[in-house]
Design a protein around this ligand. Sequence first.
Ligand SMILES: CC(C)(COP(=O)(O)OP(=O)(O)OC[C@H]1O[C@@H](n2cnc3c(N)ncnc32)[C@H](O)[C@@H]1O)[C@@H](O)C(=O)NCCC(=O)NCCS
Ligand SMILES: Nc1ncnc2c1ncn2[C@@H]1O[C@H](COP(=O)(O)OP(=O)(O)OP(=O)(O)O)[C@@H](O)[C@H]1O
Length: 229
Amino acid sequence: MRMVGLTGGIASGKSTVSSMFKHNNIPIVDADVIARDALKKGSGGYKKVVAAFGPDILQDDGHVDRLKLGRIVFSDAAKRQLLNRLLAPYISSGIFLEILKLWIKGHKVIVLDIPLLFEAKLDKWTKPIVVVWVDPETQLRRLMARDNSTEEDARNRINAQMSLNLKKSRADIVIDNTGSLQDLQERFGEVLSQVKRPLMWTEFWLSRDGALSALLGVIIGVLVVKKIF
Ligand SMILES: CC(C)(COP(=O)(O)OP(=O)(O)OC[C@H]1O[C@@H](n2cnc3c(N)ncnc32)[C@H](O)[C@@H]1O)[C@@H](O)C(=O)NCCC(=O)NCCS
Ligand SMILES: Nc1ncnc2c1ncn2[C@@H]1O[C@H](COP(=O)(O)OP(=O)(O)OP(=O)(O)O)[C@@H](O)[C@H]1O
């Protein structure tokens, strides 16, 4: 199985690219969705986070006030690290479970959409790594427009992540998303054909069919050897 890593900076366009993969029948493991589940009211992650940050981060209905928690952690590195540490086990096990489900279904190519792929050192499990890049002004403008946020909030969120240029330097494939959606669609077409190239042997053995072929090979080998001796 080929596990493509999709990452970038906040509001660089990962979700936009990820929906293009989905439209081309390539399944996505979305770490933001998994992280949201990990903070759902009553979950293990929720209990740990409320115990650490106190009931002030809750809305009247008991759900986490994400805007409030976001303001706290994106302006304080120590609190952000604490939140990351508390949620990391739930997020990694959620990602693993989603990969397992797709493996069982026999998918050959899947995309892991993980904003913190490098920060969480998950990049070693993915190949190729696709980084969606935008220039800093466009990133800030799109983030403020999408989240209807102040410049200060938007800058705090951008500065909470590894620099996008550093991520770009560690990519196998860079998608420059500074232009229009039409430009992105064209660049995506090129990336899609790279991602869908036939599997290499190592990737094949990691797929369900590859693993089953290897198992079958071993069984046949044992039977033949038993018959000979
Ligand atoms: C702080 C929270 C509650 C803010 O929620 P909110 O709905 O405002 O933002 P959302 O979850 O949609 O995240 C938007 C983007 O913020 C960035 N981001 C999220 N968490 C972090 C983090 N800990 N560090 C740096 N950037 C982050 C990502 O680019 C993400 O795509 C939420 O982001 C959260 O629980 N973060 C910790 C979990 C995590 O690490 N998520 C990223 C999955 S790899
Ligand atoms: N090429 C583009 N031209 C104009 N707007 C774009 C383009 N690409 C993405 N956008 C818009 O920019 C915003 C950010 O894009 P998107 O939500 O895909 O980013 P993201 O990297 O997934 O963000 P996050 O890290 O917060 O999950 C969205 O409002 C999206 O519609």
